[in-house]
Structures are given as C-alpha cells and as structure tokens.
Design a protein around this ligand. Structure first.
Ligand SMILES: Cc1cc2nc3c(=O)[nH]c(=O)nc-3n(C[C@H](O)[C@H](O)[C@H](O)COP(=O)(O)OP(=O)(O)OC[C@H]3O[C@@H](n4cnc5c(N)ncnc54)[C@H](O)[C@@H]3O)c2cc1C
Length: 290
C-alpha cells in the first residue's frame, strides 16, 4: 500500500524543527529512521499531514561521556551504537541489546530516539531505559523537560511526549564496575520482535548477597515493566539458584495483563517471562563481581 499524501520538512536546526512542530501541532510527526513510521504510513495506520525529518539537524547524533553518565543523542543510529567503543565498555548490555534489534539494514537507519518514542512494548531499548534508570531529555518550542524512564512509557505505543515535543537525548547512568548484566529474549527468529524478554542488572555485596537488582520485562505487556516485587525479594539475599527461581516466578506474576495475540497467548507469555527472567538473572549473577 502507498502512504497517504504528506508534506515534508527538512529543518537544519533544532529550533527550526521545534518551531515547525509547534506550528503544525498534532498534524506533524517527527521522522527519524523511518523504520516504524514509514510502515505505519504505508498501512495507513498514521496519517500525519507533515513529516519533520530530523536527519539533518546537527548535534543530535553524538555519544558523550559526562562524569558517570553516557548521553546518547536521539538521532544516534542503532548501528553506530552497536559499534561504539565507549558503549561497549561502559554499557555492554546496551551493545548486546542493539544486536537483537531487527537486522543490520534496519539498524543502519533506526535510531535510539525513534525506538524510545515509538514505545513498542516488544522493543529492547525501552526496557533497557527502565532497567538503567535513564532520563529522557525532551524539548519543545517552550523549553526543556527531563522525564525519568519510569514515567515515559505510558501504554501501548504511547509515551509522555506531547505534540510538538521532541526527544533530544537519553542520559544513562553508567552502572558501577562489577555490575552483572544480561538481556534475554524469546523470538521466532533472530531479529524478530521479542515474544518475551528480560533485562537484568545485578550488583553483589562483598559477602555475595544481592545489593542491587533491576529487572525489566518486555514483549509481555502493553509497556515495559520493572518487576519490583522480584527486585525486592532478592535484596540482601545470596543469589542462589533457589532465590533466582523464586524471583523469576515473582517477575512473571508481576505482569497484570499479559499480552495475548496471534504470536502467543497470555499464558504462554507469562510462562516465557519467567524463563527469560531466570536466564537473565543467572547470567547477570555469573557476570557480577562480589
Ligand atoms: C522488519 C523490522 C524489524 C524490527 N525489529 C525490531 C526489534 O527486534 N526490536 C526493536 O526494538 N525494534 C525493531 N524494529 C523497529 C526499529 O528498531 C525502529 O528503528 C524503531 O522502532 C523506530 O526508530 P526509527 O528511528 O526508525 O523511528 P521512526 O520510524 O522514524 O519513528 C518512530 C516514531 O517515533 C517518533 N519519533 C522518532 N524520533 C523522535 C524523536 N526524536 N522525538 C519524538 N518523536 C520521535 C516518530 O514520529 C514516530 O512516531 C524493527 C523494524 C522493522 C522494519
């Protein structure tokens, strides 16, 4: 199918893009890598009258280290992230997650900001942003605000972004040395969206007990979830197989209404959530230094 007709704007600065978006309100949509938006247009599931292409705005595609934080510009391409030496060293879980996003041609175009703003519940980056306690920097013609990831993902393909707002950057606190990490998912084929996924960050105290656990699930509900009950159950406990199995079961039980569609029933997704949570906890625990 062909997209409905639309106008196209190619701003050369962030201010110009924000002014264009402000002038057109909800009729305008930012265009990043187009890997989700263009299929939506072709299927006529979105009918914006104007696309505002972000690709020619300088300064939105950098990866920067600021004290203990890595700051990713919204227009950093997924492929660039996959190959970035700083990301590989400071945020290996992000590098690994990126290799699970679609296939190289998609990652060549797809962007960090596009994935977060699109808020597909099966996407890897939104769950990672939750697990890593990232902050999303948002600009509009009237100013800037910073939204914690836990408040950003509202519902299926729905975020806290208002019309006229652009996600400009993501600030990710770099986990301290010794943090164990993992991302695990079940998909029909490599590169497909996850039917169930989990990402975990773990730190151990010197006696081997769990000092910090962050567990985020994706592909199982209308938005990514932090499995808080499972995180709390692990706090202060030795990371034995039994503790990990219990936490994985609590994580799966934490999902209020699992997604149910042609790809998998709610019961299947809950069961697979437990499996991926257990695998991710086991791998993160092996990687965590005491
Ligand atoms: C075959 C295929 C397989 C895929 N598999 C996966 C997968 O396994 N995992 C996964 O996570 N993704 C997958 N994707 C999606 C891919 O990661 C997309 O790149 C991503 O979802 C959207 O990024 P984009 O830069 O292409 O954004 P676009 O498609 O350009 O935009 C997506 C949405 O976000 C909005 N938007 C974009 N940038 C901004 C911004 N800076 N501020 C505000 N709003 C913005 C747009 O208006 C639009 O509504 C797949 C895509 C395809 C086609």
């Amino acid at each position: 199918m062909k997209p409905p007709p639309f106008d196209y704007a190619r701003p050369r600065s962030l201010d110009e893009a924000l002014a264009t978006l402000a002038a057109h309100g909800a009729d305008a949509r930012p265009l990043a890598g187009g890997q989700s938006l263009i299929p939506l247009l072709s299927l006529r599931l979105a009918r914006p009258s104007l696309l505002v292409d972000l690709s020619f705005i300088p300064g939105l595609a950098s990866v920067q280290a600021e004290n203990g934080t890595t700051v990713l510009g919204a227009m950093v391409r997924q492929r660039a992230l996959e190959r970035d030496a700083q990301v590989a060293q400071r945020l290996p879980v992000l590098a690994e997650a990126t290799r699970l996003v679609g296939h190289p041609p998609i990652r060549n175009r797809g962007t960090v900001g596009g994935s977060l703003a699109h808020a597909d519940p099966s996407a890897e980056y939104p769950a990672l942003a939750l697990a890593l306690d990232a902050e999303l920097v948002v600009r509009s013609a009237s100013g800037e605000r910073v939204i914690p990831a836990r408040d950003f993902f509202v519902d299926l393909f729905t975020t806290a972004l208002a019309p006229g707002e652009l996600l400009t950057a993501v600030r990710i606190p770099v986990p301290p040395p010794g943090t164990g990490w993992s991302i695990q998912e079940i998909a029909r084929r490599h590169g497909d969206f996850a039917l169930a996924g989990a990402t975990v960050l773990l730190r151990k105290a010197s006696d081997g007990t769990c000092q910090h656990a962050a567990i985020a699930l994706f592909g199982v509900a209308t938005r990514p979830l932090r499995a808080s009950a499972a995180e709390q159950a692990l706090a202060g406990r030795p990371l034995t197989s039994e503790a990990i199995r219990e936490a994985a079961s609590l994580a799966a039980g934490w999902i209020d209404e699992p997604l149910s569609d042609v790809h998998g029933s709610a019961a299947y997704r809950r069961r697979m959530a437990e499996v991926v949570a257990r695998r991710a906890l086991e791998e993160a625990s092996r990687r965590a230094g005491a």
